[in-house]
Design a binder for this molecule. Structure first.
Ligand SMILES: [Fe+2]
Length: 198
């Protein structure tokens, strides 16, 4: 399995010509995802940290172009990464809107962490799950069918939250205080440095 490191992810993001606020969003999602992953890794877990990092950084890799093409960016992002030699990361990306098969029991997976972390970040701000879901329903729930799908995703995400935090020494409401904003700015600077050197 080949997993791009942080710098390689930054280059992949840059090559996809992203809107800068989508980069900022992805960096913040990655911080949330790694906080949760590290909590599990401290308690013995088979989670691959590098896979969480790459999946989170790259989850919206085709989001910018989807704004004009109308493509489903989770599916196309998965394909985009598979074509570039990263099928396992692509699988995480493909499932970031909705998991293929969520089980409340069983080991925590990288796909669950990235899926959940994305739902905790509005633009580049960490928010409670309920606020993010209300935002999504408001923005994307244009038809009753879409609203119904979003409702299902919301219920599943609440279950994912319970599963992810049950073994952790901190709760969902403590995520933001554990991730001071200076860290986000530092990550954005690291991205910009990588791009300048590209
Ligand atoms: Fe997305």
């Amino acid at each position: 399995m080949i997993i791009p490191n942080r710098g390689e992810c930054f280059v992949l993001i840059h090559e996809a010509r992203p809107l800068i606020h989508i980069v900022a969003h992805s960096i913040q999602v990655c911080r949330v995802a790694l906080l949760i992953a590290d909590g599990h890794l401290a308690r013995a877990s088979d989670i691959r940290r590098s896979l969480v990092q790459a999946g989170a950084l790259l989850h919206d890799i085709t989001k910018t172009r989807s704004i004009t093409t109308g493509e489903r960016h989770a599916e196309s992002g998965g394909e985009y990464l598979a074509e570039r030699g990263y099928p396992e990361v692509g699988e995480i990306v493909r499932q970031h809107v909705q998991l293929d098969d969520f089980r409340k029991a069983g080991p925590v997976t990288e796909a669950e962490i990235v899926n959940y972390a994305d739902k905790r970040v509005i633009h580049d701000r960490i928010s409670p799950l309920a606020a993010r879901m209300a935002y999504i329903v408001e923005r994307y729930g244009r038809t009753p069918k879409l609203r119904e799908r979003l409702e299902r995703i919301w219920q599943e995400t609440a279950a994912i939250e319970e599963k992810l935090f049950q073994p952790l020494p901190f709760g969902p409401s403590e995520v933001a205080s554990r991730l001071p904003d200076a860290g986000r700015r530092k990550e954005m600077e690291a991205y910009e440095q990588t791009i300048l050197a590209y």
